[in-house]
Write a protein that binds this ligand. Structure first.
Ligand code: HEM
Length: 216
């Protein structure tokens, strides 16, 4: 495979900022104008907040529909379904296809995660699938954070935020759907895949946690 560069930071900053490797490519301080610094900070916020919050939203909905299970969200609902656009900086071959220089390539992670060839019963919510892999990428079939040198640099942080943010409310409260209907799991279109209708939930403090909660 040839070398790739990222388009998104250029779109964000409008300053021709390629991405994080810019620091190595441009060690001169003059390169770091206010626009370049602002676009780098903005990129961290854009990449790090909506992705994590949206994954949490999907996980909470799955928990409400399946109170006994807690995983699988990133396979069924990858929040960046086409990853980020990649751009070929030289002629190369991807999966047997000849890609000319200057081509924009999108990776359909949503489809890969529901492809019946590598996944048995792809749409079934079966968290035990990941027991053997310890939640890792399992080759190239599970790529919610992309893969390789341009994959998500906040993957570890994102997963820790999700575990912590989900863990505390689950430990302290009992959760249930307000009615009998299943939570609507339809998604909106868009670069970040949100839920079409945000979930509603009712919670009450667990008896064993009332002392802890009353001291907060
Ligand atoms: C659940 C949360 C998150 C998800 C699902 C997610 C997903 C992704 C995906 C799919 C990509 C593109 C990979 C590719 O195209 O190959 C990406 C890139 C990136 N992510 Fe995340 N992300 C998350 C959290 C975060 C956090 C917390 C940060 C920073 C604190 C972050 C920073 C970045 C950056 C800077 C890039 C661009 C990397 C590059 O261009 O080399 N992400 N993320």
């Amino acid at each position: 495979m040839g070398s790739w560069t990222r388009l998104s930071a250029m779109a964000v900053g409008g300053a021709g900022l390629g991405s994080w490797e810019t620091c190595e490519e441009n060690p001169e301080p003059e390169f770091y104008s206010d626009d370049v610094i602002k676009s780098m900070i903005l990129m961290m916020y854009v990449a790090g907040t909506d992705t994590t919050a949206t994954t949490l939203e999907w996980a909470i909905s799955l928990l409400l529909n399946h109170p006994d299970v807690l995983q699988k969200t990133l396979r069924l609902y990858p929040t960046v379904p086409f990853l980020l656009p990649h751009f070929s900086t030289e002629d190369c071959t991807v999966g047997g296809f000849q890609i000319p220089i200057g081509t924009t390539l999108l990776v359909n992670a949503w489809f890969m995660h529901r492809d019946p060839k590598p996944w048995e019963e792809p749409t079934r919510f079966k968290p035990e699938r990941f027991e053997a892999t310890n939640g890792e990428t399992d080759g190239f079939k599970f790529v919610p954070f992309g893969i390789g040198r341009r994959s998500c640099l906040g993957a570890g942080m994102g997963q820790r935020i999700i575990s912590l943010t989900l863990g505390a409310p689950i430990q302290c409260f009992d959760w249930e759907k307000p009615g009998k209907e299943m939570v609507d799991m339809n998604s909106s279109g868009g670069f970040i895949m949100h839920e079409a209708k945000p979930p509603e939930a009712a919670c009450s403090p667990r008896y064993s946690m009332t002392t802890v909660l009353s001291e907060l």
